[in-house]
Design a protein around this ligand. Sequence first.
Ligand SMILES: CCCCCCCCCCCCCC(=O)SCCNC(=O)CCNC(=O)[C@H](O)C(C)(C)COP(=O)(O)OP(=O)(O)OC[C@H]1O[C@@H](n2cnc3c(N)ncnc32)[C@H](O)[C@@H]1OP(=O)(O)O
Length: 194
Amino acid sequence: MSDERRPANPWPPVETQRPEIHPKAPGPGTDLEMHYTECFGCGDVDNGLHIHSTVGESGVVHSRFPVTRAHQGAPGLAHGGLLACAFDEALGSTVGNLLRRPAVTGKLETDFLRPVPVGTTLFIAARVDGVAGRKIYASADGHLNSADGPVAVRARGLFIQVGLEHFTTHGDADALAKFTQAPRLRHDDWDINP
Ligand SMILES: CCCCCCCCCCCCCC(=O)SCCNC(=O)CCNC(=O)[C@H](O)C(C)(C)COP(=O)(O)OP(=O)(O)OC[C@H]1O[C@@H](n2cnc3c(N)ncnc32)[C@H](O)[C@@H]1OP(=O)(O)O
């Protein structure tokens, strides 16, 4: 089905406020470092997605996902679940870097409009659309092979702001300590009160 014929639900689905870019958010032109070396999306992980992101103008973050044979589902084509993963990363990174609020994915929906062949690079443009209390709504378009190439995948995500104890309670406290000691990620520069 073409994009135009897909039913369009209102987005964001609730009344929201305009997102406020954090004063210490990286500015336009900044290449974002991997937020965690072991992250499957942006980290230095064998057969990971190796996504690189750059802050663009007007609250847009541009991410590139080079699709390799390690990312196949059908022969020669990217696996849909890994494409969803790429958008989770791109959206989560946009929320985290621009708002500097720790947040986790509550809901992620994807529209797969065109196949994404191995050997292509998906250019993902993501933005924060609105904020309602702890709920942060973000969306992204994934273009084939260039920033203005045809849109192959679209995604919308709801991120829920959490306190840092979310990660120490449910995750690896030592890894989190290393994560938040990195100068760029100092958590006293975050908005951590949900
Ligand atoms: C400088 C910084 C850089 C950092 C870069 C970082 C990059 C990171 C990149 C990595 C990217 C990868 C990122 C990842 O992979 S994150 C990993 C994947 N996600 C998770 O593991 C999250 C698991 N879920 C939970 O922990 C809890 O369920 C959470 C914390 C989400 C909510 O449990 P909590 O008990 O705390 O809150 P609540 O249940 O009262 O909900 C609160 C509000 O939210 C609404 N709600 C919740 N869920 C949904 C839903 N599905 N649809 C619609 N609405 C939903 C809910 O109705 C309520 O609304 P309201 O009643 O208030 O109106």
